[in-house]
Design a protein around this ligand. Structure first.
Ligand code: PMP
Length: 354
């Protein structure tokens, strides 16, 4: 830390992203990216758009915003496109976080929430999950405070139903309920249509997972016009050109090619079930995931040892060191071929530790 760093941030512990290795080719199952390439139309559109890189991007991101609005059955004024969904989440913490009132989210969830809260001076409480790693919805009913829930949750992959989410939204009418649906296309029930019924709901989504564009950094929020207006106030006070030109066209094309991406999600769901079955045969305890990853614990080897040995063998998975989940590994679901490599290497490791 330099001696110039503001005291405001001196104790901030930043988020640690998953490894993005440059030294060798791994079977990369550690950051929940899609194993599938973007659709063909994206390449042509991106190439054409590159000719206009000397000009600023459209601050309103009009074309992609309109396409997202149509895809999700909402008015374009109910959508804000951002630089990854991390950005819309950060905006939401800025807009609806408070110094005095506690923001609530689960104690095992997306690790960035505590960082957004600390960055923005937001008071928060992490609500314990139940012993089976599910969210106890009664902890969030009628709490009269801002709530953030990832649905499906990460890194567990476990989803709440749309009805359970609606109960939470309905019972906190004077506060914003943020539902982070980064992984919703892999089998969960989206609550996005509830934005027509509740003005306190903000749903966030991303192109990073189901739409194969983690590197383009495109996310978006859908909520009432008033909520989107609040978030725009923050956006235009930080970075009006938050989504670059190339990403705007890439994202717009991806919405046009929706069926390609949704078909890929089906393949990932199949590979997820296959991987879960095979791991269970090896004695793993695997949570019931509705995301493009699974969270699994071996009864024969520690989470850290498995992570390290897989890495030696060229397979990257994600291991978290926090006490409650240190026995687990989070394994992104890739193609069936990638999962077979992962499963074979895991079998070899377990054989060798007998
Ligand atoms: N929410 C959750 C639950 C996530 O796991 C991630 C991915 N790290 C994000 C949001 C943010 O994704 P992105 O910024 O790539 O849209």
């Amino acid at each position: 830390m330099s001696r110039f760093f503001s005291e405001r941030y001196s104790s901030l512990v930043p988020y640690t992203p998953g490894e993005q290795p440059k030294n060798m080719e791994y079977v990369k199952l550690n950051t929940n990216e899609s194993p599938y390439m973007p659709s063909n139309n994206v390449y042509d559109a991106v190439k054409k758009e590159a000719e206009k890189l000397h000009l600023y991007s459209d601050p309103q991101a009009s074309i992609i915003t309109e396409k997202i609005a149509k895809r999700y059955g909402v008015d374009k004024d109910m959508v804000l496109v951002t630089n990854g969904s991390d950005e819309v989440l950060n905006f939401a913490f800025m807009a609806y976080g408070d110094k005095e009132r506690e923001m609530l989210f689960p104690n095992i969830t997306y690790g960035f929430y505590t960082v957004f809260a600390d960055l923005n001076g937001v008071k928060y409480r992490e609500v314990p999950l139940k012993d089976d790693f599910t969210i106890d919805t009664s902890d969030y009913i009628g709490k009269n405070t801002t709530i953030v829930i990832a649905n499906p949750n990460a890194p567990t992959g476990i989803a709440l139903t749309r009805d359970q989410i609606e109960e939470i939204i309905k019972s906190n009418p004077n506060n914003v309920v943020i539902i982070d649906e980064a992984y919703i296309d892999f089998g969960g029930e989206s609550c996005v249509d509830l934005v027509h019924k509740y003005d306190n709901l903000l749903v966030t989504m991303t192109f990073s997972k189901s739409r194969s564009m983690a590197g383009a950094r495109i996310g978006f929020g859908i909520g009432s016009k008033a909520i989107i207006n609040d978030l725009n106030t923050i956006k235009y006070s930080t970075n009006p050109y938050n989504v670059n030109r190339i990403s705007q066209v890439a994202g717009a094309c991806a919405i046009d090619d929706d069926s390609y991406y949704m078909d890929n999600c089906k393949k990932i769901i199949e590979a997820r079930q296959y991987t879960k079955n095979e791991l269970e045969k090896m004695g793993f305890f695997v949570l019931d995931s509705k995301a493009n990853f699974i969270f699994a614990r071996s009864n024969k080897i520690s989470g850290e040892e498995l992570y390290l040995k897989l890495k030696e063998k060229g397979v990257l998975v994600r291991h978290f060191t926090s006490e409650k989940i240190k026995d687990f590994n989070r394994i992104t679901i890739g193609t069936k071929e990638q999962m077979d490599i992962f499963l074979n290497k895991t079998r070899e490791i377990l054989e060798a530790t007998k």
